[in-house]
Every structure is written in C-alpha cells, then in structure tokens.
Design a protein around this ligand. Structure first.
Ligand code: AKG
Ligand code: FE2
Length: 391
C-alpha cells in the first residue's frame, strides 16, 4: 500500500490536537557479567596480556566500523532531510549535522534510560494489566507498540514469512502482474527513486469476494502458498478487529461494537528490502506515517531497521525485533477519528546490515465510501471534530 515516493494527501478539514501527554519508557535491563573461574591460575598473566591486546584491537576495529556507519547514516539522513524539507530550504552541511550528532550523544551519555528507550510492549495475555487502557495509552503516547501473545500462531507467521520470501523472488515480469486498477498504487510497488531498495506485492481489499483469488491468479501463487496467505491474512484481520474493540472499550465507547465495519478496506502488503554492503546506513523506506487507521506489521525478526519518532523529543528510536511479536502503527485516519488523541507515528526503515529484509503489513485503511468522523464522545465544546474522507 505504501508508495513511499508519494505521500497520500489527507482530506482533513479541521483537526484539533489535545495537549501532548508525557512519554513513557520501558526501562531496559542491566546485565551483570558473571565471573568465571580460571582453571589454570599460572596462566593468568599471559591470558591477561593476550586479552588486553584483543580488547585493544577490537576497540580500534569497532570504532572504525562505527564511524563508517555513522558517516553513511548522516549522509543518508541529509539526503532524506533534503528530500522532505526542500520547501523550507533546509541547509545544514554535512559537518554541522555530524557536530549535532556528537553533541546529542554527549548529552545522552551516562543516561542508560535514554539509550534503552523504545516503544511499549503489550502482552495481550497479561491478566494483571487493563488491556484496553494500555492500548489506548500506547496509541496516545507513541502511536507505535509491540504486541506479544497476540494469538496469531508463531508457525503461521514463519510460514507466511517464507511464502513472502519466495513470492518476492519471482521474476520482475511476474511481480509486475500484481495490479489493481482502482484506487491507484494498490498493486506491485517496484523500487523507485525515493526508495530504490524497496519493493512490495499488494493484496488490496482483502475482505471483498474474490480478492485473495484475484491476487493469487495474477502471480501464479501455488495452492499451498495461497492457503498460508489466506490463513495468515485472516488471523491478522481477526487481531485487528480485536484491537478495534479494545480501543472502543478503552475510550469508553462500548467494547462490543465493531469499529472496522464491513465496508472498510484492508490491504495485505509483502515487503522486501534489497540490502547489500553498499546500502548499509542508507534508507530502505523513507520517513512517513501510515495513511490508514492502523497497521499490523510482522517485521523481520532478525534484520533490524524499523525506527519510530518519539513525539515528545522528536528523536528516532529503534523498534528492535522481538521474534514472534507484531508491531502496531497508528495511522492518519486514527488520528482524525480520535480527534487528535492518537499519534500517527512517523517511522522509517534503515539499512543496518547487508542482508535481505522481509516484512508483512496488514493495513486497516478506512471505509471505502463513508467518511470517518470523531465519535461525539471524543469531541467536547472546546474542540472541533476532524473529518477524513477516502478519495
Ligand atoms: O518494513 C517495515 O518494517 C515497515 C514498513 C512500513 O512502514 C510500511 O509498509 O508502511
Ligand atoms: Fe509504514
């Protein structure tokens, strides 16, 4: 769904934002290294000498690698920042950007708290928490969170990942047959100028009759692959519906109502990032917010790279993978529907290592024909309701 080259304009007439609330952090754990007994006490001095040399050489190597990665990252950030700020004539040179990074690093030094900051992790089976409240809080404060124990079987997630890998390996002329006439941009996204390492296959309007069949026949999906795809898409769809009802409950709007009604459009997107040694430090998917209501993302459980903006500090935090978990991103439509309470998180994907990265997103978009409006309970006399209309 995401065509990263052309941000989708929102038809938002009026939007009023609530006061930003304080961000919260999940404090990380400090690991204490255990002591190991030396079986031969006479070798201590020799071992210490060797170890010291190994540590010294490692530090030099790590520092050199670090500065190369940093230089690449800064260069990538500049290229991207220019792309996004061409209107505001953003003119910072390479060295001042490097300088800024050093200052920020110094400021953060000694603060374990800052370094460990990441998006909330919500355990859907944890009976000790108020789940609806926790989900609403995460939508307000981050607009991005991880779900564990979410009910989508882990084996199904792995199977879907493997199927995606195989489909993305199909020849270009086959992938290009993945096409959707209306609305535009809902078929195959080839690598493009803005995102040259990214490509994606798309199954648009998942719940409409014949959608899965249509997608599968376009690119010759095998019966086994089709079964996995179908099972996975609807398991995540069920999870989306569950999240919708928890959101309603958390906001005091009645927990049994279906938020995403039958006329809502859902899109399954299979993404591949073609990374290699030359792309380390560069951007795989440019900074954006998702245009729909929410996205349930199976990110690559091994290859890191997803980064989200902390709305309070404006800093990018790494959304590190947790195998078996799913990421939820709040999109533009949810910000409108919640009358500005929910944060449509800005995020991007960076290349951290020269390895193929795969991700699978289910986008809960918007009603196909109706407009989205904030429920009256979320609009008070001092705020104006926001409206979104699919175009
Ligand atoms: O690949 C990812 O981890 C994120 C992809 C993404 O942000 C999107 O498809 O909108
Ligand atoms: Fe996204």
């Amino acid at each position: 769904m995401q065509d990263f080259s052309s941000p989708i304009p929102l038809n938002v007439r009026k939007i009023s934002l609530r006061r930003e609330s304080e961000a919260f952090v999940i404090p990380g754990m400090v690991h204490l290294l255990g002591r190991r007994e030396n079986p031969n006490p006479h070798s201590t001095i020799v071992e210490f000498g060797v170890a010291a040399r190994i540590i010294f050489v490692s530090i030099i190597v790590i520092q050199a690698a670090n500065s190369t990665i940093k230089a690449n990252a800064v260069h990538a950030q500049m290229t991207q920042t220019k792309f996004y700020n061409s209107k505001t004539k953003f003119k910072r040179d390479y060295h001042s950007l490097l300088q800024q990074k050093k200052i920020r690093k110094k400021r953060n030094r000694g603060s374990l708290y800052m370094a460990m900051k990441s998006v909330p992790v919500i355990d859907m089976q944890d009976l000790s928490i108020n789940l609806p409240e926790k989900i609403v809080k995460a939508c307000e404060e981050w607009g991005c969170f991880r779900l564990v124990n979410h009910g989508v079987p882990i084996e199904l997630m792995s199977e879907m990942k493997a199927v995606t890998r195989t489909l993305m390996d199909l020849p270009m002329e086959i992938k290009q047959k993945n096409y959707h006439p209306e609305p535009a941009g809902k078929g195959y996204t080839p690598p493009n100028m803005a995102s040259p390492y990214f490509e994606g296959l798309s199954l648009y309007d998942l719940t409409s009759p014949g959608a899965v069949h249509g997608f599968c026949s376009q690119i010759d999906v095998s019966p086994y692959q089709r079964e996995v795809l179908n099972k996975y898409a609807f398991a995540v769809y069920d999870l989306a519906q569950l999240l919708g009802s928890k959101l309603m409950e958390g906001l005091g709007l009645g927990g049994t109502d279906q938020l995403f009604k039958d006329d809502w459009a859902f899109q399954l997107k299979m993404n591949k990032y073609n990374y290699g040694p030359e792309t380390v430090g560069l951007t795989g998917a440019v900074m954006h917010s998702d245009p729909g209501f929410l996205t349930i993302l199976q990110d690559d459980e091994i290859v890191n790279g997803l980064e989200a903006v902390d709305k309070i500090t404006g800093e990018l935090v790494s959304v590190d993978p947790i195998p078996g978990s799913l990421v939820v991103n709040v999109g533009d439509v949810a910000t409108v529907w919640s009358n500005g309470r929910f944060c449509n998180v800005k995020h991007r994907v960076q290349c951290y290592e020269p390895t193929i990265r795969i991700s699978i997103a289910l986008f809960v978009l918007a009603p196909k024909y109706e407009k989205v409006e904030a429920p009256p309970q979320l609009v008070d006399s001092t705020t104006l309701a926001a409206t979104f209309l699919s175009t």
